[in-house]
Design a protein around this ligand. Structure first.
Ligand code: LLP
Length: 422
């Protein structure tokens, strides 16, 4: 029998690791990820898609740590990239080029050349200008680029405005009318095989309806194209599946999501591509932090943590809710706290008037659901070195990013010694 004071707090157990013990060895703040939570999400989605020739292309931007990408590679998952940097990471982590798709409105000539040289699966093309550039670059390299047109279906994803991408006023994709012209002209581009459709309407989507609408529009267009003699080899339905950040939020069950795809794409025999990011990693991550002090303000009680907006930007940028869970053993009276970081901005706030048990300096606090767009959006603002990242797997842990040293933080900076004129 364990002594009473050693009984694990259920909140502190994550993938078999006692986070309080871990925090004795690794200084806070740090991000911890459960490998098994990620594997479970991948398997659930893959199972829901049985019967399809489906490939998950993980949206690298959600969490681009090499260890996470390696986990994806081991599970047979590909990558959805948006930059040369992400291409480099994906290849470096062992994701084969033939499982990589490239999205984004601002692909440069250099980025296109690198992706062509690597031999990626597909370009999701978002403008006529990009299509022409892709043709030019592919011709120069004497290769044929495989391309999909990203359709902007003008659908409201019913999510935060800053992460909504499928409305006509958003910068992403092109209208079906424009895409129709591309296919009509596609024979002119000898080095681009335009034989795919792509759609991604936004992120953190909790209702299947916007997906249904978007998929229906893309499917109608696919049928029209096939009838006109254009073979469509792949349809990429993007990412966007939401996760549970707080009580009451219910993610779309993978079965329902797959059913919406099945229904829209009935009869489609080509390759189905998906670009989930958040769904695979968000709930698999927590941010471990300690209370620096409790400050009693004139009107508010502030819980000042050693993590800040530079470690987790989502609350500052989107007013996003993240559960905040103190790791305590005893019952304490509740108080209302503004939970803040040490950064010199009022926006450095994780939660306003959050009810939490009484807390003291040095005590451990978990911020939940930080596996997606957490470390990936971190910065060194206020000269705070990037936090460590730790992968957990059935009771074991491995540091997958060491805490940045001050030297790491200033690497590449130098005093202006050599002045030149351009
Ligand atoms: N595919 C494309 C083309 C995308 O632009 C995105 C995300 C995804 C896939 C993956 O979406 P997901 O499955 O993760 O929803 N920083 C924001 C989210 C930005 C999402 C950008 N695009 C946040 O923290 O909420």
């Amino acid at each position: 029998k364990l002594p009473a004071d050693d009984s694990p707090n259920p909140d502190a157990l994550f993938d078999g690791v006692d986070l309080r013990r871990l925090a004795e060895r690794i200084p806070t703040p740090f991000h911890a990820y459960s490998a098994n939570a990620i594997r479970t999400r991948i398997a659930g989605l893959q199972q829901a898609l049985h019967g399809f020739d489906a490939l998950l292309c993980y949206a690298v931007k959600a969490n681009s740590n090499l260890a996470i990408l390696q986990l994806m590679a081991e599970a047979g998952v590909g990558a959805d990239i948006v930059s040369s940097g992400e291409l480099w990471r994906a290849l470096h982590a062992g994701i084969p080029a033939q499982r990589i798709v490239f999205s984004g409105v601002g692909k440069t000539a250099a980025e296109i050349a690198e992706a062509l040289a690597a031999g990626i699966l597909r370009f999701n093309v978002e403008s006529a200008d990009e299509l022409e550039l892709l043709q030019r670059m592919a011709a120069e390299l004497h290769v044929v680029a495989h391309a999909a047109v990203r359709i902007n279906p003008d659908v409201d994803a019913q999510t935060h405005a800053k992460i909504s991408t499928g409305k006509a006023e958003n910068k992403f994709g092109v209208s079906i009318d424009e895409a129709r012209r591309w296919f009509a002209d596609s024979a002119r581009q000898a080095n681009v095989r335009l034989d795919g459709l792509h759609v991604h309407i936004g992120s953190q989507i909790l209702s299947v309806e916007p997906f249904r609408l978007a998929f229906a529009r893309v499917a109608a267009f696919w049928r029209e194209l096939e009838a006109a003699g254009h073979a469509i080899a792949s349809i990429d339905v993007g990412g966007g599946l939401g996760v549970r950040y707080r009580d009451g939020q219910v993610p779309i069950p993978p079965g329902d999501y797959a059913a919406a795809i099945r229904e829209a794409l009935a009869g489609f025999r080509g390759r189905l591509l998906l670009e989930p990011g958040r769904y695979l990693v968000a709930e698999a991550g927590v941010l471990l932090t300690r209370v620096v002090r409790v400050k009693h303000g004139e009107r508010r009680r502030f819980l000042v943590l050693d993590a800040a907006m530079n470690d987790l930007l989502r609350p500052s940028l989107y007013d996003a809710w993240h559960d905040i869970v103190p790791l305590l053993d005893d019952a304490r009276p509740p108080h209302r706290y503004d939970v803040v970081g040490p950064v010199c901005e009022t926006g450095d706030t994780f939660a306003v008037e959050r009810e939490l048990p009484e807390l003291h300096a040095g005590e451990l606090v978990l911020i939940r659901t930080t596996g997606a767009y957490g470390a990936a959006m971190a910065s060194t603002y206020n000269s705070r070195p990037l936090a460590a990242e730790v992968l957990l797997d059935r009771g074991r842990h491995a540091i997958v990013r060491r805490r940045q040293s001050l030297e790491d933080m200033v690497a590449g900076e130098q005093p202006a010694r050599h002045w030149e004129t351009a």
